[in-house]
Design a protein around this ligand. Structure first.
Ligand code: TIU
Length: 227
């Protein structure tokens, strides 16, 4: 008879979040140079990208603790194939960005796989054995093998960090929620170009009895992880 995994309990909103390390993945969304550094996709859309760097030390802290606990780590990257075959024209042609997806920018072609801007920032670089999911859309399930990866590993719970809160993070949480995953969003491990949108996203995720998921500060999660 196999032993039941130990359940950990995080004080969270709207109520406690319970998970076991064996069945939970830490998912870090799109902490790429294209969103966090000047000259990338985020800036071409007209955003002040300096706001996002503030969460990097927090995400590093949680990632280090999670790695030490032996839990599954999944990184995602938004981007497209060099021939743009996986980029809907509607995504590339919408609006009046300074540079469009696939155009040459200061960090290589905007939002294209393999270019310097597409890379995860060095502070959060994946290590051997960690899963990296390349995704063409905002959600991490659409057009990717994430669902199969999670199923193969027996994952039922996701603890999520990354950028931006109301775009790729929220879309992924909603996709995950509809697939039956219990998701916790780390409040100070996610950021938006629009502080009001971040607060609104956190509120709408945990409203109505955790209609999409739970939220908690990183300190509450770190306090329950085995040291
Ligand atoms: N523009 C914006 O806020 N976000 C994105 O385009 N992608 C992600 O959130 N990763």
């Amino acid at each position: 008879m196999s032993a039941e995994p130990v359940l950990l309990t995080v004080p969270a909103q709207p109520f406690e979040y319970r998970f076991s390390l064996a069945h939970t993945a830490l998912v870090i969304i799109d902490m790429q140079r294209d969103f966090i550094e000047p000259g990338g996709f985020g800036e071409t859309l007209g955003n002040d990208v300096s706001l996002l760097a503030a969460i990097v030390p927090t995400v590093q802290r949680v990632l280090a603790a999670w790695r030490a606990s032996g839990g599954c780590v999944i990184h995602t990257r938004e981007g497209h194939a060099p021939d743009l075959s996986d980029c809907p024209p509607a995504k590339r042609l919408r609006g009046e960005p300074k540079l469009r997806i696939g155009d040459e920018g200061p960090m290589g072609r905007i939002l294209i796989q393999g270019e310097p801007g597409h890379a995860i920032i060095p502070e959060l670089a994946p290590t051997d054995g960690e899963v990296v999911i390349d995704k063409p859309g905002k959600g991490a399930f659409y057009g990717t093998g994430l669902g199969e990866v999670l199923e193969a590993r027996g994952i039922t719970h996701l603890i999520v960090m990354g950028v931006t809160t109301e775009v790729c993070v929220q879309t992924t949480l909603r996709e995950a929620n509809d697939r039956g995953y219990d998701c916790l969003l780390v409040e100070d491990g996610t950021e938006s170009y629009f502080p009001a949108f971040k607060e609104a996203a956190l509120a709408m995720i945990r409203a109505q009895g955790a209609i999409v998921g739970w939220t908690a500060p990183s300190a509450s999660l770190l306090a329950v992880l085995p040291t």
